[in-house]
Design a protein around this ligand. Structure first.
Ligand SMILES: Cc1cc2nc3c(=O)[nH]c(=O)nc-3n(C[C@H](O)[C@H](O)[C@H](O)COP(=O)(O)OP(=O)(O)OC[C@H]3O[C@@H](n4cnc5c(N)ncnc54)[C@H](O)[C@@H]3O)c2cc1C
Length: 385
C-alpha cells in the first residue's frame, strides 16, 4: 500500500516529466499517464535547441536549478560554430562568449531529451502508465501537460545522415519561412533541416521545397537516408493556468511558448517545476507564474508582433547589426526580457494576436475533461485568450 499523497500528471513531455520528477523527489506518489507507448512520439529524432540567450543563467545551470541532470545528448554550439543567411544569401557570422544554444535530440531515441527525462523520472520513483489517454480527472490534484492543441506555427523538415561536420545554419527570409526561420543542425553525422511558418500554411510544401533549394545552394552538404517530418506548436496570448486550483496546466497545453520563435522546452520544464512546487509548498501556481514567467512570456508576444512587421529588409538590417557585436547574447537577452516599450507593445500584440485553437474534442457539459479548462459550458474556441 502506497501511503504517499497521489498526484496525477497527464502527458510525459518535458513539462509533465519535470513536474513528476519534482513531486516524486518531494515524497509524492506521482503517476504519469501517457497516451503513447513511449516518450517523444510527437517527435522524430530531430534535433532541437535548448536556447541559451534569454536568461542570465546558463541553461545547464537552469536544468540543475530545477533538479534535472544532463543524461541526454546536450552539445553546446557557440556563435562561431555556425552562421546565418538573410534574404540576400550573404553569409553572416556572429560571436558569443558562451554557448548560443545546446543541441538536443527529441523523440524516443536512446540519447533523446525525452528518454533522459523518462530515466530520471523512473529513478525518482515516478510511475508511468503507458498507452493511457486520460480524458477526465474526476478527483484529486492533477497537472496537465498534454502539449499543443492547435497549429499556430508549423514546421516541415528532413532528418538525414551526412558526412558534413557539426554546424548550425539559420535562415531569415519570408520567401522560404514566412514570419519565421529555417534551420540546419548537424551533429555527429546526423542532421535536421526544417523550415517554420507562422502564416500561409496551405503553401507549406512550396516553402519547404524552396527552403531545401536554398540549403543546397548555400551549404555544401551530402544527404543520405533522409526522412521527412512535420510538427506544430501553439501560442496563447495569455496562458491558461488552472482550473479551481485543483488542475494545473503546464507547457504548451497552457499556451506557454516563446511566441517569437517557438523555443518552448524551457517554458514547459519551468512551468512543470513551478506547478509541482505549488503543490509541495502550498503556494499559488498563478503567483509563481507571475513572479517567474509572466514578463518574459508577455515580452515574447511583443517580440512576435515586432518580428512580424520587420519583413525581409528588416531581417537583413538586424543580421548586419549582429555581425558588429563582440557577443550577441547580452543584446538578445535584453530583447527577450521586459522593458517599458515592450510592455506597451504587448498591449498592442495582445489585441492583434489570436490563437487558432478550435477545440473539437470537447462537447461535454459539466465536465472535467482535460480540454475543458474553463468549466461549465465554456468551449475553448469561444474563449478570448
Ligand atoms: C518541429 C519542432 C521543432 C521545435 N524546436 C524547438 C527548439 O528547437 N527549442 C525549443 O525550446 N522548443 C522547440 N519546439 C517546441 C517544443 O518541442 C515544445 O514546446 C515542448 O516539447 C513542449 O513540451 P510539453 O511538455 O508542453 O508538451 P509535449 O512535448 O507535446 O508532450 C505532451 C505529451 O502529452 C501526451 N498526451 C497528450 N494528450 C494526452 C492525454 N489526453 N493523455 C495522456 N497523454 C497525453 C503526448 O503524447 C505527449 O507525450 C519545437 C517543436 C516542434 C514541433
Amino acid at each position: 500500500m502506497d501511503d504517499r499523497k497521489p498526484v496525477t500528471i497527464v502527458g510525459a513531455g518535458p513539462g509533465g516529466l519535470t513536474a513528476a520528477i519534482t513531486l516524486a523527489k518531494a515524497g509524492y506518489n506521482a503517476i504519469v499517464y501517457e497516451q503513447n507507448q513511449s516518450v517523444g512520439q510527437r517527435f522524430n529524432g530531430d534535433f532541437q535547441g535548448l536556447e541559451n540567450w534569454s536568461d542570465e543563467e546558463d541553461s545547464l545551470q537552469f536544468l540543475e536549478n530545477i533538479g534535472l541532470r544532463v543524461n541526454f545528448l546536450c552539445q553546446s554550439y557557440k556563435g562561431n560554430d555556425g552562421y546565418f543567411f538573410g534574404p540576400k544569401l550573404k553569409k553572416i557570422k556572429v560571436q558569443t562568449l558562451r554557448p548560443l544554444f545546446y543541441l538536443i535530440e527529441r523523440g524516443s531515441g536512446h540519447h533523446s531529451l525525452d528518454q533522459g527525462l523518462k530515466a530520471q523520472a523512473e529513478e525518482a520513483g515516478v510511475k508511468i502508465r503507458w498507452g493511457e489517454k486520460l480524458e477526465s480527472i474526476p478527483t484529486g490534484r492533477a497537472i496537465v501537460g498534454t502539449g499543443p492543441k492547435a497549429a499556430d506555427a508549423i514546421a516541415k523538415g528532413l532528418i538525414f545522415k551526412t558526412s558534413h561536420k557539426d554546424v548550425f545554419v539559420g535562415y531569415l527570409d519570408n520567401r522560404i519561412a514566412p514570419k519565421a526561420y529555417s534551420y540546419l543542425l548537424v551533429n555527429n553525422g546526423k542532421a535536421t533541416f526544417a523550415t517554420c511558418m507562422f502564416e500561409d500554411f496551405k503553401n507549406e510544401k512550396l516553402y519547404y521545397e524552396k527552403a531545401l533549394k536554398i540549403l543546397l545552394k548555400t551549404v555544401d552538404i551530402d544527404i543520405h537516408e533522409e526522412k521527412e517530418f512535420g510538427g506544430f506548436v501553439n501560442f496563447f496570448n495569455e496562458p491558461v493556468i488552472s482550473k479551481d486550483d485543483r488542475i494545473l496546466y503546464i507547457g504548451e497545453n497552457a499556451g506557454f511558448q516563446d511566441a517569437l520563435w517557438g523555443f518552448g522546452i524551457k517554458y514547459a520544464m519551468l512551468s512543470g517545476y513551478l506547478a509541482a512546487q505549488s503543490i509541495i509548498d502550498g503556494t499559488s501556481y498563478r503567483k509563481l507564474y507571475e513572479q517567474n514567467m509572466m514578463s518574459k512570456f508577455r515580452t515574447s508576444l511583443a517580440n512576435r508582433w515586432l518580428f512580424a512587421h520587420l519583413y525581409n529588409p528588416g531581417y537583413s538590417y538586424i543580421l548586419n547589426q549582429l555581425t558588429k557585436m563582440e557577443d550577441v547574447i547580452p543584446p538578445l537577452r535584453k530583447h527577450y526580457n521586459t522593458s517599458f516599450s515592450k510592455k506597451i507593445i504587448f498591449k498592442i500584440a495582445k489585441r492583434w494576436y489570436h490563437s487558432r485553437l478550435i477545440d473539437k474534442q470537447c462537447m461535454h457539459e459539466h465536465c472535467d475533461c482535460v480540454w475543458c479548462r474553463h468549466g461549465k459550458h465554456a468551449h475553448a474556441s469561444e474563449i478570448n485568450y
